[in-house]
Design a protein around this ligand. Structure first.
Ligand code: OSB
Ligand code: MG
Length: 369
């Protein structure tokens, strides 16, 4: 494959409702898409990071700079471009997995389209639809939270994840358990908001039979997670801490987690995500697919990954209308608590031209042959 053109499309799409986590409140999906036009096909991807480096050290303007100055030139220097060759060409650049994932995924989309192959079949998907969970932000009050959870359950979501932080943990979890009963598949996500000094408080979550507690401690604290795991009955799931298959193997060996949230962007793309899946399966560790409030361009490939055999827990792969009044792609819909895995070639989704023009905040060409 030969690259003819690479464009970054800056987009801003309002979220249907503000999303509050322990890091702050997000009102819009503010990011860029990568469009790679080759001699054979074109590919699309979405940068998963946010304008501010809060969830991770990466952010929109930083990713744009590293793509323009360091990643794109390395991929353009390849004699023949494939996703695997792009990953190898970008590997010498330290860090920046989300920026690398954006370029690798757009290249992979184009590559698979030239072969008429879907990302699902390429990765080894074994399902044509996946069960959908939903991530529920921190609310202003417990009654408001209960209303939101009730709404999502009425829509059919099969698992609820509550965002927690110190001061918003035991009370909302207890209220949701009491209201919706012991059969509700329920988990929590702290986004690194606690320290080991909070172990006693976190241990009190044990009585609520949660599926897991996600990333309670800072991302570089594997030892702390291992220590916390010894004190809790609730399984620990890592998100921010896992950025590669090597990290996954280390965390498993240290007993720092019993579950892994795989977000392709966080780990540098779908090729590395697949390796993490394989490491986890080899160790009997269940995985699930996380999300970053992506538009359909980011969610389509996540659904393909979530259809692999080791993804035995419902992911944060919610329907389009959980996030946006109008998605950038044909909407993903909830059917009986499931979302369909795209069957078309590549990621199986493209931006709807009209919508892209409306949400576009400017286009920057990184390369034209
Ligand atoms: O920690 O899983 C997270 C959203 C943005 C950044 C980090 C996280 C999240 C979510 C929402 O929990 C997942 C989604 O529905 O896309
Ligand atoms: Mg998380």
């Amino acid at each position: 494959m030969r690259i003819e053109r690479i464009e970054l499309w800056h987009i801003g799409i309002p979220l249907r409702s503000p999303f509050r986590t322990s890091h702050g409140t997000q009102h819009d999906k503010d990011t860029f898409l990568v469009q790679v036009v080759t001699d054979a096909a074109e590919g699309w991807s979405e940068f998963a990071g946010e304008p501010e480096p809060l969830y991770s050290s990466e952010f929109v303007a930083g990713a744009e700079a590293v793509l323009a100055d360091h990643l794109v030139p390395r991929v353009l220097a390849l004699p023949s471009v494939t996703a695997a060759a792009s990953a190898r060409a970008m590997a010498p650049v330290s860090g920046h997995p989300m920026a690398k994932a954006a370029l690798e995924t757009a290249v992979l989309d184009a590559e698979l389209r030239t072969h008429g192959m879907s990302l699902g079949s390429y990765l080894g998907a074994v399902r044509d639809r996946v069960p959908a969970g939903v991530s529920v932000g921190i609310a202003d009050s417990v009654p408001e939270l209960l209303d939101r959870v009730e709404g999502y359950l009425a829509e059919g979501y099969v698992r609820i994840k509550l965002k927690i932080e110190p001061g918003w943990d035991l009370e909302p979890v207890r209220a949701v358990r009491e209201r919706f009963g012991g059969d509700l598949a329920l988990q929590v996500d702290a986004n690194t908001a606690y320290t080991l000094a909070d172990a006693e408080r976190l241990r009190r979550l044990d009585e609520f039979d949660l599926l897991l507690i996600e990333q309670p401690l800072p991302e570089d604290d594997l030892r702390g997670h291992a220590e916390l795991a010894r004190r809790l009955r609730t399984p620990i799931c890592l998100d921010e801490s896992i950025t590669s298959a090597r990290d996954a193997a280390t965390a498993i060996a240290l007993d720092a987690c019993r579950v892994i949230n795989i977000k392709p962007a966080r780990v540098g793309g779908y090729l590395e995500a697949r390796r993490i899946h394989d490491v986890a399966v080899a160790h009997g560790v269940p995985v699930w697919c996380g999300g970053m409030l992506e538009t359909g361009i980011g969610r389509a490939p996540n659904l393909a990954l979530a259809a692999l055999p080791g993804f035995v827990l419902p992911g944060d792969t919610s329907a389009s209308d959980r996030y946006f009044v109008e998605d950038l792609t044909e909407p993903f819909v909830l059917e009986d608590g499931h979302v369909r895995v795209p069957a078309g070639a590549g990621i199986g989704a493209v931006p709807v031209g009209d919508v892209l023009r409306r949400v576009s905040r400017g286009r920057r060409s990184l390369f034209t042959r």
